[in-house]
Design a protein around this ligand. Structure first.
Ligand code: GLY
Ligand code: MN
Ligand code: MN
Length: 431
């Protein structure tokens, strides 16, 4: 791993919170992700299953976590199974988790080799009445691939048909939505790496640079700061490309006079940052660009103020819609008739601002977290309004990551990343 080891106390706390929600005499199992194939002997780089990481810190393939708070044998209350390492693996693949290292990272005292899983699992299942399966019920999930977790669930249902089934997901959505201080520090660190990348490109962008050259500058800064790289596929879209919401080709030349939208965030220790800035390729905003930019910035500032305990996500989006509508009327992009005749299910402002304003952020960029219950302190959200004008070949989105506070406005983890027009122009015109 490139990141500094995380204090195992975080994972100890996370497991404790999860186990406190489990029913009596139940077992929960969490599997790592597969290493996904490309072709011949090529594979995608490994990414740990976020729930397993959240509960153990184990960042290695072929890992299983088993929790059984009521196990008769105390040493079977928390078990981590890891792939057995040996001298051959050490030479060909490098260092893998030893039992000692797995304990040091996770705080789990009982570490077995994965080859022992079937035997130990059978033994503990004879004591248990139910098993928690870990399915992915994120509101935006659309997974077609069968995961290691899916395969485990299938086999387990066949082998143990008399056990009751429970869901881990509801517990995890709630727990992962509210961050521990250690997690906030990690997200903040990811934001600080993003900040370095953005400050670097502010002095790099000029007419004629290619979008992929900008992507490369970010990557250089990210890797140099112990990040694995981008937390999500970066969007570096100049001119018209900025209105294509999921533009990821990043293969066009940045032209003088165009705006450039950068939706780019570093990951650190599997935690995401998620930033969007929109800057003028020539280093100075035109009056029209300023006008639209200021409108988006005002919406962002107003929206941020609403991210306080008690706010409901759906009601918040309605309010932001009203603020955006007022700005679009001010810009002359909507008129009163558009608003009076609007379809309540697809209000007029959606023509120019068609995506959501906020999502939970954490181990996943679109993180797990409750969306139907009131917001609570220590939830981390993005705030990301935008206005997209295809006819003007211009899309402006501004996005920061904030932490909800018990009292008052949220803390902005990206407060040091240039955002105001003067700051952006100042950074771009430094010699
Ligand atoms: N970068 C993905 C998002 O802003 O939601
Ligand atoms: Mn983003
Ligand atoms: Mn986002």
């Amino acid at each position: 791993m490139k990141y500094h080891q995380i204090d195992s106390n975080l994972f100890i706390k996370n497991r404790k919170k999860f186990m406190a929600q489990m029913k009596p005499k139940s077992i929960a199992v969490f599997n790592s992700n597969d290493i996904y194939p490309i072709g011949s002997d090529s594979t995608m780089p490994f990414q740990q299953a976020r729930d397993l990481f959240y509960l153990s810190g184990a960042d290695q393939e072929e890992t299983i976590l088993l929790l059984f708070p009521d196990a008769i044998d105390e040493k079977h209350r928390e078990i981590l199974f890891v792939r057995e390492t040996n001298a051959h693996i050490a030479v060909w693949e490098g260092e893998k988790l030893t039992k000692e290292k797995a304990f040091e990272i996770s705080g789990i005292k009982t570490v077995y080799w994965l080859t022992e899983f079937d035997k130990v699992f059978y033994d503990v299942m004879t004591e248990a009445e139910s098993i928690y399966f870990n399915t992915n019920e994120h509101y935006r999930q659309s997974v077609e691939t069968e995961t290691r977790e899916d395969r485990f669930i299938k086999t387990c249902k066949e082998k143990f048909p008399a056990h009751k089934w429970e869901k881990s997901n509801q517990i995890l959505q709630k727990l992962r939505g509210t961050k521990e201080p250690e997690e906030i520090a990690l997200i903040k660190h990811a934001c600080s790496i993003t900040e370095k990348g953005f400050k670097r490109i502010l002095q790099f962008v000029k007419p004629g640079v290619m979008e992929y050259e900008i992507e490369a500058e970010f990557m250089h800064e990210f890797l140099s700061n112990r990040s694995r790289g981008f937390a999500y596929t970066p969007i570096v879209g100049s001119g018209y490309n900025a209105v294509v919401l999921h533009y990821i080709e990043n293969n066009q030349e940045c032209k003088a006079g165009d705006m450039l939208l950068l939706d780019v965030g570093a990951e650190y220790a599997n935690y995401s940052s998620d930033m969007t800035r929109t800057i003028p390729v020539s280093g100075r905003f035109t009056d029209r660009q300023k006008q639209v930019y200021e409108a988006v910035l005002r919406v962002k500032k107003e929206a941020t103020k609403m991210l306080v305990p008690g706010t409901l996500w759906a009601a918040y989006h309605k309010e932001v819609g009203k603020i955006m509508t007022a700005e679009l009327l001010g810009l002359g992009l909507l008129d009163k008739a558009d608003v009076q005749n609007e379809n309540p299910d697809w209000p007029a402002y959606k023509k120019y601002f068609m995506h959501g304003t906020s999502h939970h952020l954490g181990l996943d960029t679109h993180d797990y977290g409750p969306l139907k219950t009131p917001m609570e302190a220590n939830m981390v959200f993005t705030v990301e309004p935008g206005i997209y004008l295809p006819e003007e070949k211009m899309g402006i989105r501004l996005e920061d990551d904030v932490v909800i506070q018990e009292n008052g406005e949220p803390i902005n983890l990206m407060k040091d990343i240039p955002l105001e027009i003067e700051e952006i122009e100042d950074w771009m015109n430094r010699s």
